[in-house]
Design a protein around this ligand. Structure first.
Ligand code: PMT
Length: 399
């Protein structure tokens, strides 16, 4: 997600500095080169060696350091940054930046950078609510600086309230979004993900192996690319992603209802969910008891949500998936036509590395004009962006 990007991470002096350690780990894991600048106060909370070890780069602390100045220097650091993140950002550092004060390496480098700056405040609730702080934040927001708002909770100073630094995983999402193209801005993307559960009785259900990973990856990528995203999810073990509005459902009938309720406001629909085609004709109120001999379960058809959406297109782009174990292309082509889709993503779910509950997928992309694209095996996160690239291109094509 951050491959080839350089992030300069400014750490200022607050107890939340220890959480910045996790942030370095997340940034480097996502592929970024991380250069850490620590203020003097920050080093009182966490030793520079921790950041140096995790980032794999020397930690920058001095504004005037003969060795660093020769090799890097504050201007060079500022220029190398694709993104500047300050986490935690104290009221003092935010106040200095808002006032144009550049009296240490961090504030000087921030003033010198042309990269986007993401500020992650962490402070006592009274400081956070102080009108002076509020004015500084507003001034910086108006100048284009971006903020990740703190959360409410028990603060290190013993107070309860707003001021706790946001979770590093959320800061990572915001950082990735800042660097992503904004090519879905103005779109509302409705994504479905995960399985459905069709209940037999209070303790049993019929379902499938969908984990939700494919659909959640699409929802996250669309949000990063500037879209408003509604994620309608069947039961999964995944947490609600940061950014999209998540609606949890269980059965196919509930998924249909949730999709229909939000269809009017959606300009793009992507159906990655594995919806049960059949449900038990009757759900027993009590647990079904075992008895001698066989048991027969009568099933009835579930509504086809995607076909329903394809019938009422109204200018929106509709993208489906096809999960097949045989005749992949023929079956996918039939679904593309029958469900009136603009694109179908066909996966042979019998192949290792493809389909249900794995990190990668192997798909073919089929378009109504007969084009077929075969991108090969790739992580679901990467495939999500590829699908969105094709959707952006379809949007740009005059009908
Ligand atoms: O969730 P993961 O573990 O990451 O796995 C990803 C996935 C394998 C679930 C995903 O890549 C995928 O293939 N999703 C579609 C699964 C499916 O139900 O395929 P299908 O061929 O049965 O259905 C075709 C399309 O119609 C799908 O877009 C499906 O959402 C939709 N459908 C199907 C039946 C139904 N009653 N209503 C529907 O909307």
């Amino acid at each position: 997600m951050l491959q080839g990007k350089t992030i300069v991470l400014g750490v200022s002096g607050g107890i939340a500095a220890y959480k910045a350690v996790e942030l370095v780990r997340l940034f480097t894991k996502a592929g970024a080169t991380v250069q850490v600048i620590m203020t003097k106060a920050a080093t009182e909370f966490v030793g520079p060696l921790t950041f140096q070890t995790l980032s794999g780069n020397p930690v920058h602390q001095q504004l005037f350091n003969l060795i660093e100045e020769q090799e890097i220097g504050h201007i060079s650091l500022a220029e190398r940054a694709d993104l500047f993140v300050i986490a935690p950002a104290t009221a003092n550092v935010i106040g200095k930046i808002a006032s144009g004060i550049a009296d240490d390496l961090l504030t000087t480098a921030v003033m010198a950078t042309r990269a986007p700056v993401l500020i992650v405040p962490a402070m006592n609730v009274n400081m956070f609510q102080n009108p002076l702080y509020k004015a500084n934040e507003e001034r910086l927001r108006n100048l284009g600086y971006r903020f990740v708002a703190p959360v409410t909770g028990m603060l290190a100073c013993g107070w309860q309230g707003e001021g706790k630094m946001q979770d590093p995983a959320v800061i990572l999402e915001e950082a990735v979004a800042l660097l992503a193209p904004d090519d879905l801005a103005g779109e509302t993307v409705l994504v479905t993900a995960g399985p459905t559960r069709e209940e037999i009785d209070p303790v049993r259900f019929i379902s499938n192996h969908s984990s939700g990973k494919m659909g959640y990856a699409i929802a996250r990528a669309a949000w990063r690319r500037g879209a408003r995203v509604i994620l309608v999810s069947g039961p999964t073990c995944l947490p609600d992603p940061w950014g999209p509005e998540t609606v949890r459902v269980s059965t196919a009938a509930q998924m249909l209802e949730a999709v229909q309720a939000r269809l009017k406001e959606s300009s793009i629909v992507i159906k990655a969910a594995a919806v049960a085609d059949y449900r038990p004709k009757e759900r027993s109120e009590a647990k079904v008891k075992k008895h001698a001999g066989q048991m027969t379960l009568e099933m009835e058809r579930n509504p086809d949500i995607l076909a329903e959406v394809g019938r009422q297109k109204d200018g929106r782009l509709v993208i489906g998936f096809a999960a097949e174990t045989e005749d992949l292309l023929a079956n996918a082509r039939r679904k593309l036509q029958e469900k009136n889709l603009d694109l179908i993503v066909a996966n042979d779910v019998g192949q290792p590395g493809a389909g249900f509950d794995v990190e990668t997928n192997i798909v073919r992309l089929l378009f109504p004009d007969g084009r077929v694209e075969e991108p090969g095996i790739m992580p679901k996160e990467e495939l999500a962006d590829l699908i969105l690239d094709r959707i952006v291109a379809l949007r740009a094509t005059p009908v």
